[in-house]
Design a protein around this ligand. Structure first.
Ligand SMILES: Cc1cc2nc3c(=O)[nH]c(=O)nc-3n(C[C@H](O)[C@H](O)[C@H](O)COP(=O)(O)OP(=O)(O)OC[C@H]3O[C@@H](n4cnc5c(N)ncnc54)[C@H](O)[C@@H]3O)c2cc1C
Length: 442
């Protein structure tokens, strides 16, 4: 008598955002294999993007849990080795388990910058009062300390640094951001948008020190009410009760590297999300596709969707061809979104064929920029007023031809065409100005 063939086993290492999305989509698409998620964190997967909202108390930890589509979850279960030839993995306790397909979704670790005094003297971790924010456990520690604090310094003014600073300000702390770059969130925003953001942050109690490097964390000066000070490269000291490091992330690739899989910055994958050994895949912040490590939730989910479609059999030919950059920060009173070729400057030599339309509303503290190539929207930035973000992203994703001119996408206040002349600049009201650059809207 022959028994039923054993069910295929899919092992997913990491139980974060990409892993949860994969598990949920795999089941929704009719996948029948046994899917097991091994997670080093002692809890079910959650929406990490909302950690700043957990910090402010807007959500509790349970509210940000993610569905798993019935996959088996092994929380608190760190995988310490994988063997692609034997198709096994080893858990921290020494136990070995088999798999038929292995999905690495190990995410990323915060980068700890080379700042003197951020680590404990024995090097075992961050010193008291210094934090990183990547997990709910980090968030709980920070929440506890913030409750007794009056001042905070955030090192790093990117997406994560700004959202953390804003959350701490919402808790009533006076916050200072130290940022090495020339302006805030420079990977996503241009200098005008960043200036609007900086002004908005100032209104919330967040001051920013730009073009400045933190070089040391020291004891507070004697007599100060605050136990520590962040010393800048120019010697200036910011006294503080706590310091948060938000200096970017690095893909977690140690497991893949030790297993002999190809790793550059991330675990290298092709358009099928396959890593370099048969039966192995990588998705999310740990994966590098066509030279890019995204480090954002949107691409992590798009990769998970493609892999789920392939492995479930719903679409064995599905391919991941990259993600269009879209960053959006929405919680709290200060919002921004940026996507596509949002960085194109008005320099026609640097970006031939691009037209740029800007609308600045000083009263509402908003800034909007559309980047057009011919009749097509190829990028945009919105700060302070995201009323048109849905329409804009749809136009961008559908690659629609825009009516001439597409100012309805900027604001209901700007539904009439400005003069379509090069470098025209008009004042639509006392506080609203529209500028159209370099032969825009020809
Ligand atoms: C505070 C914060 C705010 C953010 N805001 C935004 C935002 O506004 N927009 C945006 O697009 N993105 C944002 N991100 C980034 C986004 O959260 C990540 O891109 C996303 O979480 C990536 O998903 P992932 O599954 O690849 O990694 P993760 O969600 O980090 O999950 C990886 C999991 O794998 C586990 N793991 C690692 N190694 C092992 C192992 N050997 N064994 C078992 N488990 C292991 C880790 O413990 C972790 O739980 C933010 C991130 C943070 C921290």
């Amino acid at each position: 008598m022959t028994g039923r063939p054993p069910r295929t086993r899919i092992a997913v290492v990491g139980a974060g955002m990409a892993a949860a999305r994969f598990a949920e989509r795999y089941r929704a698409l009719g996948g029948t294999a046994d899917v097991t998620l091994y997670g080093a964190e002692p809890r079910a997967p959650y929406n990490r993007v909302l950690l700043a909202d957990v910090l402010t108390g807007r959500y509790d930890a349970e509210a940000i849990a993610l569905p798993l589509g019935g996959a088996r979850l092994r929380p608190g279960c760190e995988v310490v080795a994988v063997d692609p030839a034997a198709r096994t993995l080893t858990l921290a306790g020494g136990r070995t388990e088999p798999w038929d397909a292995l999905v690495l979704a190990t995410g990323a670790n915060p980068v700890l910058p080379p700042i003197r005094g951020v680590r404990r003297p024995d090097g075992t971790g961050l010193r008291d009062g210094v934090h990183a924010l990547r997990t709910l456990a980090d968030c709980a520690r920070l929440t506890e300390e913030a409750a007794a604090a009056r001042r905070a310094v955030v090192v790093g003014g990117g997406v994560l640094g700004v959202s953390t600073a804003r959350a701490l300000a919402a808790l009533g702390l006076a916050v200072e951001i130290v940022h090495q770059g020339p302006h805030l969130v420079e990977r996503q925003l241009d200098e005008w948008a960043a200036a609007a953001l900086r002004t908005g942050l100032r209104g919330l109690g967040v001051e920013s020190y730009l073009g400045n490097r933190a070089r040391a964390v020291r004891e507070g000066v004697p007599g100060s009410a605050h136990p520590m000070a962040v010393e800048l490269a120019d010697g200036y000291r910011l006294t503080t009760d706590l310091t948060v490091l938000a200096c970017g992330v690095r893909p977690r690739t140690g497991l893949a590297h030790a297993a002999g899989l190809a790793v550059r910055t991330g675990i290298t994958v092709d358009d099928t999300l396959a890593a370099s050994a048969p039966g192995t895949y990588a998705i999310g912040d740990c994966a590098e596709h066509r030279g890019t490590v995204h480090g954002l939730a949107g691409p992590a989910w798009e990769q998970a969707d493609v892999l789920a479609a392939r492995l479930s059999g719903a679409d064995p030919e599905a391919r991941y061809r990259g993600s269009r950059p879209l960053a959006r920060l929405t919680a709290g009173p200060l919002e921004y979104a940026a996507f596509g070729e949002a960085h194109a400057e008005d320099d026609p030599g640097a970006h031939p064929g691009l037209d740029i339309v800007r609308l600045t509303d000083a009263t509402r503290g908003s800034y909007k920029k559309l980047v057009l190539r011919g009749e097509r929207l190829v990028g945009a930035i919105l700060v302070g007023d995201l009323a048109t973000v849905g329409e804009l992203t749809r136009a961008y994703e559908r690659d629609d031809r825009q009516p001439d001119p597409p100012l309805h996408l900027l604001s209901p206040y700007a539904s009439h065409a400005p003069p379509a002349s090069a470098s025209a600049s008009v004042s639509a009201s006392v506080s609203v100005s529209v500028s159209v650059s370099q032969g825009a809207l020809r």
